[in-house]
Design a protein around this ligand. Structure first.
Ligand SMILES: N[C@@H](CCC(=O)N[C@@H](CS)C(=O)NCC(=O)O)C(=O)O
Length: 208
């Protein structure tokens, strides 16, 4: 059994999708980050950095805590032997694109959304800076998906890492900026294929 600490956010949905793809036995524990539950002493023992997602794998001789979504995706890929190539160039590519998501797409989309939609202060410099970088990342992804069907060639944890963030940007109900996506036929083709997977649909439906 895997304890999964989560909230209704794209970062958490990466992990619910991966748990579903792996047919893992898991129990979700919702952390109310609006109320500051991530700072409770119990949760800080799981993730000293006070952020969801995090997991505790109770299925090992000694429980294993993992935090940071990329680390969790790699841990689950190795544990279940799924969606993470084991050697060579394929593994390097998969890890590169997975880390690309957590180091770039998450922070930049998050900041672009924050300064555009969340803060009540006018911050034109920050809006411009983060929106431009988010648009550049979309261009990088669109170019990549023009030469490969999936980010690392075959469907992998890298696609799972990015999918919930593109979903937020595409969703007209979301507060993120759909105009950032623009004319991106390759991303839309990829989004349709990834989104049609039953495990992805179950992972997205999690906690909605
Ligand atoms: N780099 C982290 C980002 C995690 C993150 O930003 N989590 C947010 C929710 S999506 C959070 O827990 N925020 C609570 C806070 O900042 O206090 C990852 O990929 O896991």
């Amino acid at each position: 059994m895997i304890d999964f600490y989560a909230a209704k956010t794209p970062n958490a949905r990466k992990i619910s999708i991966m748990l579903e793809e792996c047919d893992a036995r898991y129990q979700a524990h919702m952390i109310d980050i609006g109320k500051g539950e991530q700072f409770s002493p119990e949760f800080l023992r799981v993730n000293p950095n006070a952020k969801i997602p995090a997991i505790v794998d109770q299925g090992e001789p000694t429980p294993v805590s993992v935090f940071e979504s990329a680390a969790i995706l790699i841990y689950l890929g190795e544990k279940f032997g799924r969606l993470l190539p084991t050697t060579g160039a394929a593994r390097a590519s998969c890890i590169s694109w997975t880390v690309w998501q957590v180091a770039n797409v998450g922070p930049m989309f998050g900041q672009a959304n924050h300064f555009t939609n969340v803060t009540t202060e006018e911050c034109p410099y920050a809006v411009e800076r983060f929106s431009k970088e988010a648009a550049r990342l979309i261009h990088v992804m669109e170019t990549r998906l023009g030469v490969e069907p999936y980010l690392a060639g075959t469907y992998s944890i890298a696609d799972i890492a990015v999918f919930p963030w593109i979903r937020v940007a595409l969703d007209p109900m979301a507060r993120a900026r759909p105009e950032l996506i623009g004319e991106t036929p390759n991303i839309r083709r990829w989004f349709g294929e990834v989104g049609a997977r039953p495990a992805v649909q179950r992972g997205i439906a999690f906690a909605t």
